[in-house]
Each structure stands twice: as structure tokens, then as C-alpha cells.
Design a protein. Structure first.
Length: 233
């Protein structure tokens, strides 16, 4: 809300907002363009809904979701870390991200690779450039934990979950300032991001039983033709 003395709420200032032109109720000045106060907006607008996911699960009954908005973590690092765990089993992804935090495994940087150094650990991914984005890995671990809790609440088998969909989008820059020479001021902005993921139960693959019959040997056409010629003789 606007500035007022103490906790006196009688003299709140409400100004005409663009929403009023659409026939929606008035909102306080400080709620304009403030994305992280969604709970207050839900109270102001009963029909207010979150933005939809970029895609929906193929089987919603066997899937769970998790998302984070306006997270204070770099977009580029998080995007590369998210691509590294795509289609992974939840347990494998958790182990992998924990190893990244401890620098036992690396995140290959495939798209945003400008100025990224070459590391020997990237050979495991048939790539040359990579880093250990600790903060991005920690945020993704929290989201995986959140998705796991959602799966347990939904009654899914957590041990068969895999990351079917994960996406990282840019969020609006958060502005700060830095002070330059000769009395100038320069921008000093952060690059937050939105993360969303969908985990789906996967059918357990059963190994094929060993058959008693020995595998048949392949015979070339030339050899078959020779054998036919011998039999004719």
C-alpha cells in the first residue's frame, strides 16, 4: 500500500489503474507490476489464475508438476543445468545435481557457451565446455523435492518418476545501480528466471528371458549361392 503514518489504514490512496478501464476493481498503487505478491492479487481478484504450463503431461493421472517463478538465480546457468537432467530418473537427477554442487560431475554448456572454459569432466558428455553452477543445482534440487512431495500426495510411485518436461524462461530483470567514474551511474541488473517441470511415472523395463535356442548365424547371399552350386554338382 502507499505510505501512511503508523498502521492507520483509513487514508489509503487508491488511484485509477489500467484495470479499472476494463471494469475490474481498484487495487493499491504498490500492487501494480509487482509479480511476487500473487497472494494479495488472489484476494483482490477471485478469478485470478497462474500462467499455464508450456505443455501438459500426456497422462495427467500419472504425472506431477512443480514450478518456481521469479527465482533469483541466473537464467543461462539454470537453463544448461535443466537440460542436463531432462529425461533423467528422479533419483539419478538428484544424485547428479548433488555431485555438481560438490564438483564431482559437471554441467555441459552447449548453448550459452561464450567464454566458458574447457574441462576434462565434459568428455563424459562428448562435449568440451562446462561449469559447476552451484546455485542453479540447489534450486533444481529444491524443485525436484517439491515435485516428489506432490507425487506422494497424489499417490504416485516416486521410485518410477522421470523428468518428462523441464523448461526455464527468462523473468523480468531486477534493476540495481553501480557507480562509475566521473559521477555516472550504470545499470547493474540481475537475470532471474522461471522454472517448470513435469515428472511422469515410467513403466519398469523387464529384461528379456534367455532363450535355450542358440542365436542363428547370418549367412551371406554369396555363400548360399555357392552351397546351392555344390549341391547341384
Amino acid at each position: 500500500f502507499t505510505r501512511y503514518g503508523g498502521h492507520d489504514c483509513e487514508n489509503l490512496q487508491f488511484l485509477t489503474s489500467p484495470l479499472e478501464l476494463l471494469g475490474l476493481p481498484w487495487i493499491p498503487i504498490s500492487l501494480w507490476n509487482v509479480p511476487h505478491r500473487l497472494s494479495i492479487l488472489w484476494n483482490c481478484f477471485p478469478g485470478f489464475k497462474m500462467a499455464p504450463y508450456a505443455r501438459e503431461a500426456d497422462n495427467a493421472t500419472k504425472s506431477c508438476k512443480a514450478r518456481g517463478s521469479n527465482l533469483r538465480v541466473h537464467f543461462k546457468n539454470t537453463r544448461e543445468a535443466a537440460q542436463a537432467i531432462k529425461n533423467m530418473h528422479i533419483r539419478k537427477a538428484t544424485r547428479y545435481l548433488k555431485d555438481v554442487v560438490e564438483q564431482k560431475q559437471i554441467i555441459p554448456f552447449r548453448r550459452y557457451s561464450g567464454g566458458v572454459g574447457r574441462k576434462a569432466q565434459c568428455k563424459a558428455f562428448k562435449h568440451s565446455q562446462g561449469r559447476w553452477p552451484k546455485k542453479s543445482a540447489e534450486f533444481l534440487l529444491q524443485l525436484l523435492k517439491n515435485a516428489e512431495s506432490n507425487a506422494e500426495l497424489k499417490g504416485l510411485d516416486v521410485d518410477t518418476l522421470a523428468v518428462e518436461h523441464i523448461q526455464v524462461n527468462r523473468a523480468p530483470h531486477m534493476r540495481r545501480r553501480t557507480y562509475r567514474a566521473h559521477g555516472r551511474i550504470g545499470p547493474y541488473m540481475s537475470s532471474p528466471c522461471h522454472i517448470e517441470m513435469i515428472l511422469t511415472e515410467r513403466d519398469q523395463v523387464v529384461a528379456r528371458a534367455d532363450s535355450d535356442e542358440a542365436p542363428k548365424k547370418k549367412v551371406s547371399k554369396k555363400k548360399l549361392a555357392r552351397e546351392k552350386m555344390k549341391n547341384r554338382e
